[in-house]
Design a protein around this ligand. Structure first.
Ligand SMILES: [Zn+2]
Length: 411
Protein backbone atom coordinates (compact mmCIF):
# COMPACT_ATOMS: atom_id res chain seq x y z
CA UNK A 1 0.00 0.00 0.00
CA UNK A 2 1.37 3.39 -0.91
CA UNK A 3 1.70 5.91 1.87
CA UNK A 4 -0.23 9.06 0.98
CA UNK A 5 1.71 12.31 0.74
CA UNK A 6 1.70 13.85 4.17
CA UNK A 7 0.09 17.19 4.93
CA UNK A 8 2.39 20.04 6.01
CA UNK A 9 4.67 20.36 8.05
CA UNK A 10 6.62 17.93 5.79
CA UNK A 11 7.18 20.24 2.81
CA UNK A 12 5.61 19.33 -0.53
CA UNK A 13 7.85 17.54 -3.04
CA UNK A 14 8.99 20.61 -4.94
CA UNK A 15 9.88 22.54 -1.86
CA UNK A 16 11.72 19.52 -0.48
CA UNK A 17 13.75 19.17 -3.66
CA UNK A 18 14.58 22.83 -3.47
CA UNK A 19 15.74 22.37 0.09
CA UNK A 20 17.88 19.44 -0.93
CA UNK A 21 19.43 21.48 -3.72
CA UNK A 22 20.23 24.36 -1.37
CA UNK A 23 21.66 21.92 1.09
CA UNK A 24 23.81 20.27 -1.51
CA UNK A 25 25.07 23.52 -2.94
CA UNK A 26 26.76 24.04 0.39
CA UNK A 27 28.61 20.72 0.22
CA UNK A 28 32.21 20.76 -0.91
CA UNK A 29 33.48 18.88 -3.96
CA UNK A 30 34.83 15.97 -1.98
CA UNK A 31 31.23 14.96 -1.38
CA UNK A 32 30.22 14.97 -5.01
CA UNK A 33 28.70 11.54 -4.83
CA UNK A 34 26.21 12.91 -2.29
CA UNK A 35 25.23 15.88 -4.42
CA UNK A 36 22.29 14.41 -6.22
CA UNK A 37 19.06 14.69 -4.25
CA UNK A 38 19.08 11.34 -2.55
CA UNK A 39 15.84 11.50 -0.59
CA UNK A 40 12.89 12.53 -2.64
CA UNK A 41 9.62 12.77 -0.85
CA UNK A 42 7.72 11.48 -3.86
CA UNK A 43 9.50 8.12 -3.73
CA UNK A 44 8.19 6.99 -0.38
CA UNK A 45 8.70 3.31 -0.95
CA UNK A 46 10.66 0.99 1.31
CA UNK A 47 14.02 0.49 -0.42
CA UNK A 48 14.36 -3.18 0.49
CA UNK A 49 17.17 -4.19 -1.88
CA UNK A 50 19.22 -1.10 -1.03
CA UNK A 51 18.83 -1.74 2.71
CA UNK A 52 19.94 -5.36 2.39
CA UNK A 53 22.99 -4.17 0.44
CA UNK A 54 23.69 -1.49 3.07
CA UNK A 55 23.55 -4.05 5.90
CA UNK A 56 25.74 -6.50 3.97
CA UNK A 57 28.34 -3.83 3.25
CA UNK A 58 28.30 -2.51 6.83
CA UNK A 59 29.06 -5.98 8.16
CA UNK A 60 31.98 -6.44 5.74
CA UNK A 61 33.59 -3.04 5.63
CA UNK A 62 36.10 -3.47 8.44
CA UNK A 63 38.27 -0.57 7.26
CA UNK A 64 35.92 2.23 8.24
CA UNK A 65 36.22 4.42 11.31
CA UNK A 66 32.65 3.51 12.29
CA UNK A 67 33.65 -0.15 12.39
CA UNK A 68 36.59 0.58 14.68
CA UNK A 69 34.54 2.83 16.97
CA UNK A 70 31.77 0.30 17.41
CA UNK A 71 33.94 -2.80 17.83
CA UNK A 72 32.86 -3.32 21.45
CA UNK A 73 29.26 -3.85 20.37
CA UNK A 74 29.90 -5.95 17.29
CA UNK A 75 27.56 -8.71 18.48
CA UNK A 76 24.65 -6.30 18.93
CA UNK A 77 25.41 -4.84 15.50
CA UNK A 78 25.14 -8.32 14.08
CA UNK A 79 21.77 -8.80 15.78
CA UNK A 80 20.45 -5.48 14.41
CA UNK A 81 21.60 -6.26 10.87
CA UNK A 82 20.44 -9.86 10.80
CA UNK A 83 17.06 -9.13 12.36
CA UNK A 84 16.47 -6.25 9.94
CA UNK A 85 17.32 -8.63 7.09
CA UNK A 86 15.02 -11.28 8.57
CA UNK A 87 12.15 -8.77 8.65
CA UNK A 88 12.90 -8.12 4.98
CA UNK A 89 12.93 -11.94 4.54
CA UNK A 90 16.48 -11.83 3.17
CA UNK A 91 18.79 -13.05 5.95
CA UNK A 92 20.67 -15.37 3.58
CA UNK A 93 21.92 -12.43 1.54
CA UNK A 94 23.92 -10.99 4.45
CA UNK A 95 26.21 -13.84 5.42
CA UNK A 96 26.16 -17.59 6.09
CA UNK A 97 24.72 -19.02 9.27
CA UNK A 98 27.98 -20.90 9.93
CA UNK A 99 29.95 -17.68 9.87
CA UNK A 100 27.50 -16.04 12.27
CA UNK A 101 27.51 -18.95 14.72
CA UNK A 102 31.30 -19.11 14.67
CA UNK A 103 31.54 -15.41 15.46
CA UNK A 104 29.05 -15.68 18.33
CA UNK A 105 31.01 -18.56 19.86
CA UNK A 106 34.20 -16.50 19.62
CA UNK A 107 32.45 -13.83 21.69
CA UNK A 108 31.79 -16.20 24.60
CA UNK A 109 33.70 -15.18 27.72
CA UNK A 110 34.52 -18.29 29.79
CA UNK A 111 35.37 -16.20 32.84
CA UNK A 112 31.96 -14.58 33.24
CA UNK A 113 29.96 -17.30 31.40
CA UNK A 114 28.36 -14.49 29.38
CA UNK A 115 28.81 -13.28 25.83
CA UNK A 116 30.91 -10.20 25.07
CA UNK A 117 30.36 -7.58 22.38
CA UNK A 118 33.41 -8.83 20.51
CA UNK A 119 35.99 -11.63 20.89
CA UNK A 120 38.39 -11.04 23.78
CA UNK A 121 36.12 -8.58 25.61
CA UNK A 122 34.38 -9.08 28.96
CA UNK A 123 30.96 -10.73 29.04
CA UNK A 124 27.88 -8.55 29.55
CA UNK A 125 24.16 -9.24 29.80
CA UNK A 126 23.46 -6.91 26.81
CA UNK A 127 25.53 -9.02 24.40
CA UNK A 128 24.38 -12.24 26.01
CA UNK A 129 20.86 -11.29 24.97
CA UNK A 130 22.07 -10.42 21.44
CA UNK A 131 23.75 -13.84 21.13
CA UNK A 132 20.63 -15.68 22.29
CA UNK A 133 18.43 -13.57 20.01
CA UNK A 134 20.55 -14.50 16.98
CA UNK A 135 20.43 -18.19 17.90
CA UNK A 136 16.63 -17.93 18.12
CA UNK A 137 16.54 -16.05 14.82
CA UNK A 138 18.31 -18.98 13.16
CA UNK A 139 16.26 -21.49 15.18
CA UNK A 140 19.46 -23.16 16.36
CA UNK A 141 19.56 -22.48 20.10
CA UNK A 142 19.50 -26.17 21.04
CA UNK A 143 21.92 -27.12 18.30
CA UNK A 144 24.49 -24.49 19.07
CA UNK A 145 24.26 -23.98 22.82
CA UNK A 146 25.27 -26.91 25.04
CA UNK A 147 23.09 -27.66 28.06
CA UNK A 148 26.10 -27.03 30.23
CA UNK A 149 26.73 -23.58 28.76
CA UNK A 150 23.04 -22.66 28.95
CA UNK A 151 22.96 -23.50 32.66
CA UNK A 152 26.16 -21.61 33.34
CA UNK A 153 24.67 -18.58 31.60
CA UNK A 154 21.52 -18.84 33.72
CA UNK A 155 23.65 -18.95 36.85
CA UNK A 156 25.75 -16.02 35.64
CA UNK A 157 22.61 -13.96 35.02
CA UNK A 158 21.28 -14.91 38.47
CA UNK A 159 24.51 -13.59 40.00
CA UNK A 160 23.88 -10.19 38.41
CA UNK A 161 20.71 -9.73 40.47
CA UNK A 162 20.90 -7.79 43.69
CA UNK A 163 18.98 -10.00 46.12
CA UNK A 164 18.07 -7.01 48.31
CA UNK A 165 16.37 -4.69 45.83
CA UNK A 166 15.84 -6.99 42.82
CA UNK A 167 17.86 -4.84 40.39
CA UNK A 168 20.25 -6.27 37.81
CA UNK A 169 23.78 -5.19 37.01
CA UNK A 170 25.02 -5.57 33.43
CA UNK A 171 28.27 -7.27 34.34
CA UNK A 172 30.61 -7.89 37.24
CA UNK A 173 31.37 -4.15 37.51
CA UNK A 174 27.95 -3.57 38.92
CA UNK A 175 26.33 -0.68 37.02
CA UNK A 176 22.58 -0.97 37.58
CA UNK A 177 19.98 -0.02 34.95
CA UNK A 178 16.46 -1.18 34.13
CA UNK A 179 17.88 -2.05 30.68
CA UNK A 180 19.77 -4.89 32.34
CA UNK A 181 16.59 -6.16 34.06
CA UNK A 182 14.99 -6.46 30.63
CA UNK A 183 18.07 -8.14 29.13
CA UNK A 184 18.19 -10.64 32.00
CA UNK A 185 14.49 -11.52 31.80
CA UNK A 186 14.39 -11.63 28.00
CA UNK A 187 17.54 -13.77 27.81
CA UNK A 188 16.23 -16.17 30.46
CA UNK A 189 12.81 -16.39 28.85
CA UNK A 190 14.27 -17.15 25.41
CA UNK A 191 16.65 -19.68 26.99
CA UNK A 192 14.06 -21.50 29.06
CA UNK A 193 11.61 -21.63 26.17
CA UNK A 194 14.23 -22.49 23.57
CA UNK A 195 16.34 -25.04 25.42
CA UNK A 196 13.31 -27.01 26.57
CA UNK A 197 12.58 -28.12 30.09
CA UNK A 198 14.80 -31.23 29.86
CA UNK A 199 17.75 -28.85 29.96
CA UNK A 200 16.67 -27.85 33.45
CA UNK A 201 15.37 -31.19 34.72
CA UNK A 202 17.87 -31.57 37.55
CA UNK A 203 16.96 -28.13 38.87
CA UNK A 204 14.33 -29.45 41.23
CA UNK A 205 11.29 -28.67 39.17
CA UNK A 206 8.90 -31.07 40.91
CA UNK A 207 6.65 -28.20 41.89
CA UNK A 208 5.75 -27.99 38.22
CA UNK A 209 4.20 -31.48 38.24
CA UNK A 210 0.78 -29.99 38.85
CA UNK A 211 0.63 -28.35 35.46
CA UNK A 212 1.68 -31.43 33.55
CA UNK A 213 -1.85 -32.87 33.35
CA UNK A 214 -3.13 -29.70 31.74
CA UNK A 215 -0.54 -29.79 29.01
CA UNK A 216 -2.71 -31.47 26.38
CA UNK A 217 -5.36 -28.77 26.56
CA UNK A 218 -3.17 -25.96 25.40
CA UNK A 219 0.46 -26.88 25.00
CA UNK A 220 1.74 -23.43 24.19
CA UNK A 221 -0.03 -21.64 26.99
CA UNK A 222 1.04 -24.14 29.62
CA UNK A 223 4.56 -24.23 28.27
CA UNK A 224 4.76 -20.44 28.57
CA UNK A 225 3.78 -20.86 32.19
CA UNK A 226 6.36 -23.56 32.74
CA UNK A 227 9.15 -21.49 31.26
CA UNK A 228 8.21 -18.74 33.68
CA UNK A 229 8.29 -21.21 36.57
CA UNK A 230 11.76 -22.33 35.51
CA UNK A 231 12.81 -18.66 35.44
CA UNK A 232 11.51 -18.27 38.98
CA UNK A 233 13.99 -20.89 40.11
CA UNK A 234 16.85 -18.98 38.56
CA UNK A 235 16.12 -15.36 39.57
CA UNK A 236 13.75 -13.53 41.90
CA UNK A 237 11.09 -12.44 39.44
CA UNK A 238 8.88 -10.67 41.99
CA UNK A 239 11.75 -8.61 43.41
CA UNK A 240 12.92 -7.88 39.86
CA UNK A 241 9.51 -6.46 38.95
CA UNK A 242 9.36 -4.58 42.25
CA UNK A 243 12.61 -2.82 41.34
CA UNK A 244 11.17 -1.87 37.96
CA UNK A 245 8.08 -0.43 39.61
CA UNK A 246 10.37 1.57 41.92
CA UNK A 247 11.76 3.23 38.77
CA UNK A 248 8.33 4.50 37.79
CA UNK A 249 7.71 8.24 37.80
CA UNK A 250 4.71 10.44 38.56
CA UNK A 251 4.25 11.03 34.79
CA UNK A 252 3.62 7.30 34.25
CA UNK A 253 7.01 6.69 32.61
CA UNK A 254 10.13 4.88 33.81
CA UNK A 255 13.76 5.80 34.31
CA UNK A 256 16.97 3.78 34.44
CA UNK A 257 17.08 3.74 38.25
CA UNK A 258 14.69 4.97 40.99
CA UNK A 259 14.20 8.73 40.51
CA UNK A 260 15.69 8.69 36.98
CA UNK A 261 13.95 10.78 34.31
CA UNK A 262 11.31 9.09 32.13
CA UNK A 263 12.69 8.08 28.77
CA UNK A 264 11.10 6.07 25.94
CA UNK A 265 13.97 3.57 25.79
CA UNK A 266 13.65 2.84 29.51
CA UNK A 267 9.88 2.52 29.17
CA UNK A 268 10.32 -0.13 26.49
CA UNK A 269 12.62 -2.19 28.71
CA UNK A 270 10.41 -1.82 31.79
CA UNK A 271 7.16 -2.65 30.01
CA UNK A 272 8.91 -5.54 28.23
CA UNK A 273 10.36 -6.95 31.44
CA UNK A 274 6.96 -6.78 33.21
CA UNK A 275 5.30 -8.39 30.21
CA UNK A 276 7.84 -11.25 30.06
CA UNK A 277 7.27 -11.87 33.78
CA UNK A 278 3.50 -11.77 33.26
CA UNK A 279 3.20 -8.83 35.68
CA UNK A 280 2.02 -6.06 33.39
CA UNK A 281 -1.01 -5.55 35.62
CA UNK A 282 1.33 -3.93 38.17
CA UNK A 283 1.11 -0.88 35.88
CA UNK A 284 -2.52 -0.45 36.74
CA UNK A 285 -2.42 -1.44 40.40
CA UNK A 286 -4.32 1.17 42.37
CA UNK A 287 -5.60 2.92 39.25
CA UNK A 288 -9.02 2.65 37.77
CA UNK A 289 -9.11 0.43 34.73
CA UNK A 290 -10.04 3.23 32.45
CA UNK A 291 -8.41 4.07 29.13
CA UNK A 292 -8.22 7.80 29.80
CA UNK A 293 -6.47 7.09 33.03
CA UNK A 294 -3.54 5.44 31.32
CA UNK A 295 -0.83 7.99 32.05
CA UNK A 296 1.91 5.86 30.56
CA UNK A 297 0.16 5.45 27.21
CA UNK A 298 -0.56 9.19 27.15
CA UNK A 299 3.09 9.98 27.80
CA UNK A 300 4.08 7.65 24.95
CA UNK A 301 1.49 9.02 22.53
CA UNK A 302 2.69 12.56 23.23
CA UNK A 303 6.10 11.64 21.83
CA UNK A 304 4.83 12.16 18.28
CA UNK A 305 5.93 15.54 16.86
CA UNK A 306 4.51 17.50 13.94
CA UNK A 307 6.63 15.86 11.25
CA UNK A 308 5.27 12.47 12.32
CA UNK A 309 8.41 11.11 14.00
CA UNK A 310 8.67 10.27 17.68
CA UNK A 311 11.05 11.66 20.28
CA UNK A 312 12.40 9.95 23.38
CA UNK A 313 11.58 12.72 25.86
CA UNK A 314 9.60 15.98 25.81
CA UNK A 315 11.21 18.86 23.86
CA UNK A 316 13.63 16.58 21.98
CA UNK A 317 13.98 16.08 18.23
CA UNK A 318 12.30 13.07 16.63
CA UNK A 319 14.53 10.10 15.93
CA UNK A 320 13.77 6.92 13.97
CA UNK A 321 14.90 4.62 16.79
CA UNK A 322 12.05 5.91 18.97
CA UNK A 323 9.64 4.58 16.37
CA UNK A 324 10.59 1.29 17.95
CA UNK A 325 10.95 2.14 21.64
CA UNK A 326 7.66 4.07 21.77
CA UNK A 327 5.56 2.05 19.36
CA UNK A 328 6.54 -1.35 20.77
CA UNK A 329 5.60 -0.11 24.26
CA UNK A 330 2.26 1.12 22.94
CA UNK A 331 1.80 -2.23 21.18
CA UNK A 332 2.36 -4.09 24.46
CA UNK A 333 -0.26 -1.79 26.03
CA UNK A 334 -2.52 -2.42 23.00
CA UNK A 335 -2.63 1.30 22.18
CA UNK A 336 -0.68 1.63 18.93
CA UNK A 337 -3.67 3.47 17.49
CA UNK A 338 -3.08 6.36 19.91
CA UNK A 339 -0.57 7.82 17.46
CA UNK A 340 -0.88 8.74 13.78
CA UNK A 341 0.67 5.66 12.17
CA UNK A 342 0.56 7.00 8.61
CA UNK A 343 2.56 10.06 9.61
CA UNK A 344 5.09 7.93 11.45
CA UNK A 345 5.49 5.64 8.42
CA UNK A 346 6.13 8.66 6.23
CA UNK A 347 8.75 9.99 8.66
CA UNK A 348 10.63 6.67 8.70
CA UNK A 349 10.54 6.36 4.91
CA UNK A 350 11.87 9.91 4.60
CA UNK A 351 14.91 8.88 6.66
CA UNK A 352 15.99 6.32 4.05
CA UNK A 353 19.01 6.83 1.86
CA UNK A 354 17.36 6.07 -1.45
CA UNK A 355 20.62 5.53 -3.29
CA UNK A 356 22.94 3.66 -0.92
CA UNK A 357 20.34 2.13 1.38
CA UNK A 358 20.21 2.40 5.15
CA UNK A 359 18.04 4.51 7.46
CA UNK A 360 19.26 7.45 9.55
CA UNK A 361 17.98 9.01 12.77
CA UNK A 362 16.45 11.97 10.87
CA UNK A 363 16.03 12.85 7.18
CA UNK A 364 19.34 13.65 5.45
CA UNK A 365 21.60 12.32 8.21
CA UNK A 366 24.06 9.48 7.64
CA UNK A 367 22.42 6.06 7.93
CA UNK A 368 23.69 3.35 10.26
CA UNK A 369 22.72 -0.26 11.00
CA UNK A 370 21.14 0.63 14.36
CA UNK A 371 18.61 3.08 12.87
CA UNK A 372 18.13 0.84 9.84
CA UNK A 373 17.01 -1.95 12.15
CA UNK A 374 14.77 0.21 14.32
CA UNK A 375 13.23 1.91 11.29
CA UNK A 376 12.37 -1.40 9.67
CA UNK A 377 11.22 -2.79 13.03
CA UNK A 378 8.91 0.22 13.45
CA UNK A 379 7.46 -0.32 9.97
CA UNK A 380 6.99 -4.00 10.77
CA UNK A 381 5.03 -3.11 13.93
CA UNK A 382 2.78 -1.06 11.65
CA UNK A 383 2.34 -4.14 9.43
CA UNK A 384 4.11 -2.60 6.46
CA UNK A 385 3.47 -4.64 3.33
CA UNK A 386 6.10 -7.30 2.57
CA UNK A 387 7.71 -7.28 6.02
CA UNK A 388 7.77 -10.11 8.53
CA UNK A 389 5.87 -9.22 11.66
CA UNK A 390 8.03 -8.41 14.70
CA UNK A 391 7.32 -9.30 18.32
CA UNK A 392 7.20 -6.03 20.28
CA UNK A 393 8.59 -7.55 23.47
CA UNK A 394 11.36 -9.85 22.26
CA UNK A 395 12.31 -7.75 19.18
CA UNK A 396 12.48 -10.83 16.99
CA UNK A 397 10.25 -11.97 14.13
CA UNK A 398 6.99 -13.44 15.44
CA UNK A 399 7.71 -16.63 13.43
CA UNK A 400 11.00 -17.08 15.34
CA UNK A 401 9.56 -16.72 18.85
CA UNK A 402 6.63 -18.97 17.94
CA UNK A 403 9.08 -21.73 17.02
CA UNK A 404 10.27 -21.85 20.64
CA UNK A 405 6.74 -21.81 22.03
CA UNK A 406 6.23 -18.13 22.79
CA UNK A 407 2.72 -17.24 21.76
CA UNK A 408 1.56 -13.79 22.67
CA UNK A 409 -1.57 -11.76 22.17
CA UNK A 410 0.09 -8.36 22.11
CA UNK A 411 0.48 -7.88 18.36
ZN1 LIG B 1 18.31 7.20 17.50
Amino acid sequence: MRTPSPPPPPPPPQQQQQQNQNHHQQQNHQQQNHQQPKKRINSLRLKETEHVEFIRKSSRDTETIEYALTEHLRLSGMYWGLTAAALLRRTNEITSKDEVVQFINECYDEKSSLFAGAPGHDGHVLYTLSAIQIFVLYDCLREELSVQRAKKMCEAIAKLQNKEDGSFAGDEWGEVDTRFSYCAFSALSLLTHGMGEECFLDWNLESLELQRGEKEENTVKIYNGRALEIMRKIVDIDKGCEFIMNCRNFDGGFGSTPGGESHAGQIFVCVGALQICNQLDLLYAGEEDNEDNDKLAWWLAERQVKVGGLNGRPEKLPDVCYSWWVLSSLAALKKKHWIDLDKLKTFILRCQDDINGGISDRPDDEPDVYHTFFGIAGLSLMKHEGLEEIDPIYALPVTSVRKIGIESDWY
